[in-house]
Design a protein around this ligand. Structure first.
Ligand SMILES: C=C(O[C@@H]1C=C(C(=O)O)C=C[C@H]1O)C(=O)O
Length: 172
């Protein structure tokens, strides 16, 4: 017989929406790197030009994967807002607790943004795989399953967990 969960018509609980949740959690982990790269430099958290670049990149890649432009843009706008919420939270925390300020400042352009760009591909692949589940009643459950799991393995605090909920709110 077939292994459990591999039967015809049974969609893996790990794919699609859960994979989107996983990649979203990875993207939010990088928000800490972004926050550290900007902290104390005068570089603002909001960078509208970079946001346009991200959304242009998404628009250029979505079609080829069969993900609708509007849907992809909506999801990535949420990803960006969630990312900035984490950055704001960390900057406020570091202002109040100098002893927890980051000691290492990553290079935003050379290290962190390329890593974010790699996750764009993973997120779009996950969204493409979510299409079948999108209309189905299990999408939200699978998204939540993946989100809880991704937050747990990373020991996410309240700031990151709230942001993860924000990041995936229009996926299903
Ligand atoms: C992540 C950054 O900070 C903000 C969030 C962005 C994002 O989530 O892609 C893009 C630009 C900034 O408004 C960044 O500057 O790279």
């Amino acid at each position: 017989g077939q292994p459990a969960g591999q039967g015809a018509g049974v969609v893996s609980v790990r794919g699609g929406p859960a994979a989107v949740a996983e990649a979203s959690a990875e993207r939010l982990e990088l928000a800490g790197e972004v926050a550290a790269a900007k902290y104390g430099t005068g570089k603002p958290i909001d960078d509208p030009a970079r946001e346009r670049d991200v959304l242009r990149d998404v628009a250029g890649r979505a079609g080829g994967l069969g993900v609708g432009q509007r849907r992809a843009a909506a999801v990535f706008r949420d990803q960006i807002e969630a990312n900035k919420a984490v950055q704001r939270g960390l900057h406020a925390y570091w202002d109040a607790h100098p002893e927890y300020r980051p000691v290492h400042r990553p290079d935003l352009a050379r290290e962190v943004r390329p890593a974010l760009d790699r996750l764009t591909g993973e997120l779009l692949n996950g969204l493409a795989a979510t299409r079948a589940a999108h209309a189905g009643p299990s999408c939200s459950a699978r998204l939540a399953f993946g989100g809880v799991r991704a937050a747990q393995v990373r020991h996410f605090d309240a700031l990151h967990t709230e942001a993860l909920v924000r990041a995936v709110r229009s996926v299903c």
